[in-house]
Design a protein around this ligand. Structure first.
Ligand SMILES: *Cc1c(COP(=O)(O)O)cnc(C)c1O
Ligand SMILES: [Zn+2]
Length: 462
């Protein structure tokens, strides 16, 4: 099942480039990517090898692209090419050259991910007292979270080496398992998901069940599930789908490309993203760095990673200039999707934050609940993780770190509908941190016109 005839992408890319490029450049137009050790060991692996760590130092791997080849195409040409594909294919695969250039098009497993709206809110900007704020709605996606962007790439890669893979497995705080289950079901590949018992929302739990994944609830937290999946996937015929596998985050990098493209190739001053396992903040950082290398942009935004104070290992490290890293035991939080104490992509996130003069901010439960409630009043329907990013944004504006004349983009990571219990409890006054002035109560009246009128009167301007 693919979102559009896969050959379309090839035709589109070659034809538009052929029209505008000198013939001698066309022959060099092959783009390549491979795995390389993040620690700088000179070890390379092909992307179709089943390997998650550097065999020489044990460090994580990252996908590297042949930058020289990408740079041979002028920036103006890239922009024209990417613009020409808007709305014609998935957001991720419309950037195939910078994602997985060598993947055979027939193996693409797409559910129409990406191309998510970038919503400008004048009311929110006014509330904050800044020039411009946008929310990148990554939760407006097939399974309701940005994990779709990563999973289309990972499952497509598995599709290419299918004879060597019996199943794909992941540990999850809810959204990864929903995405894995959907993409695997679309491709007909068995999926196994490990979820921490009672720590994911109802919607998140039913998604992999509905997609017929082997859904295992374990009486532990995410970090405990992560340990188990790493053991299970030592058998390389069970492929690992967590962001420790850097193929997962390649697709997420397109968030940065989309933001800049949607702003008319303008770079915002700040990009704020909630962080748990820290794959997404790394991917977004990489996206901006790659665009700069390709000449598409000439400066970088400051990247802000927002954490809840119940699961804040990156924040603690940031406070000490990233001098050291200590994992924490993640505490109970409404932002269950970022309840992670031992983030796998810590090192990558530090790299991305250093490269972008980045910031890490933390927020309390009360701050995240209030931020969700405030911003919902501007027409959004925010999930608690996005609430963490919004609360961090509010704090950084108050502290004058984000100045008035800034263009700010907040990454919304999931659809609020996945967290309906959280929203309901807030408006019913069942969250202890609740600021009652932001609650909106359901009004129950008899089927009587006078009673209905009485309920409305006084609530709208006379
Ligand atoms: C996974 C997830 C995050 C955290 O992303 P990481 O890459 O783990 O840092 C944030 N919000 C939502 C809704 C998620 O599903
Ligand atoms: Zn290494």
């Amino acid at each position: 099942m693919t979102y559009c005839p896969p050959t379309y992408i090839i035709n589109n890319s070659l034809e538009t480039l052929r029209e505008s490029l000198p013939v001698d450049q066309l022959s060099k137009m092959t783009f390549q990517a491979w795995f390389e050790c993040v620690q700088g060991c000179a070890v390379r692996y092909r992307l179709d090898q089943i390997v998650y760590r550097c065999e020489s130092c044990g460090g994580l791997l990252e996908v590297r692209h042949d930058i020289e080849a990408l740079k041979r195409i002028p920036a103006a040409e890239w922009k024209r090419l990417f613009d020409s594909r808007i709305g014609r294919t998935s957001g991720v695969w419309s950037k195939k050259e910078v994602v997985l250039p060598e993947l055979e098009e027939k193996n693409i497993v797409s559910l129409g991910e990406g191309n998510s709206p970038l919503i400008k809110s004048d009311r929110f900007a006014k509330y904050l007292g800044i020039d411009e704020i946008h929310i990148k709605q990554c939760g407006t996606s097939h399974t309701g979270s940005f994990k779709d962007l990563g999973m289309t790439v990972l499952v497509s890669s598995v599709n290419q080496i299918r004879s060597r893979v019996r199943a794909v497995a992941c540990a999850s705080t809810g959204d990864t398992s929903a995405a894995l289950a959907a993409y695997c079901a679309a491709a007909g590949i068995p999926a196994i998901v490990f979820l921490p018992k009672d720590k994911v929302s109802f919607a998140q739990l039913i998604q992999p069940v509905a997609n017929n994944a082997i859904t295992i609830s374990i009486d532990t937290d995410f970090d405990g599930c992560m340990k188990i999946v790493q053991e299970i996937t030592k058998d390389t015929s069970v492929y690992l789908a967590n962001s420790m596998n850097s193929l997962r985050v390649e697709g997420q990098k397109t968030i940065s490309f989309e933001i800049v493209q949607q702003l008319g190739w303008h770079v915002p001053e700040f990009v704020i993203v909630p962080g748990g396992n820290l794959g997404n903040v790394s991917a977004i950082g990489n996206g901006f760095l790659l665009m700069r290398e390709m000449g598409i942009i000439d400066r970088l935004p400051r990247l802000v990673c927002a954490q809840t104070d119940r699961a804040n290992p990156l924040y603690r490290s940031f406070r000490e200039g990233f001098a050291k890293f200590e994992s924490v035991t993640a505490g109970n939080t409404y932002a269950t999707a970022i309840r992670i104490g031992n983030p796998v992509s810590f090192g990558k996130a530090v790299k991305a934050l250093r490269a972008t003069d980045g910031i890490v901010e933390q927020v309390t439960e009360a701050e995240l609940v209030a931020a969700c409630a405030e911003v919902d009043r501007f027409g959004f329907f925010t999930d608690p993780q996005t609430g963490v990013a919004l609360a961090a944004t509010i704090k950084l504006v108050k502290a004058n770190v984000i100045s008035r004349a800034s263009c700010v983009v907040v990454i919304s990571t999931a659809h609020g509908l996945k967290f309906a219990e959280f929203k309901t409890k807030f408006h019913q006054g069942q969250l202890p941190e609740v600021d009652p002035s932001l609650q909106n109560n359901l009004i129950e009246v008899p089927a009587d016109l006078a009673a209905v009128r009485a309920a409305i009167d006084g609530r709208i301007p006379a």
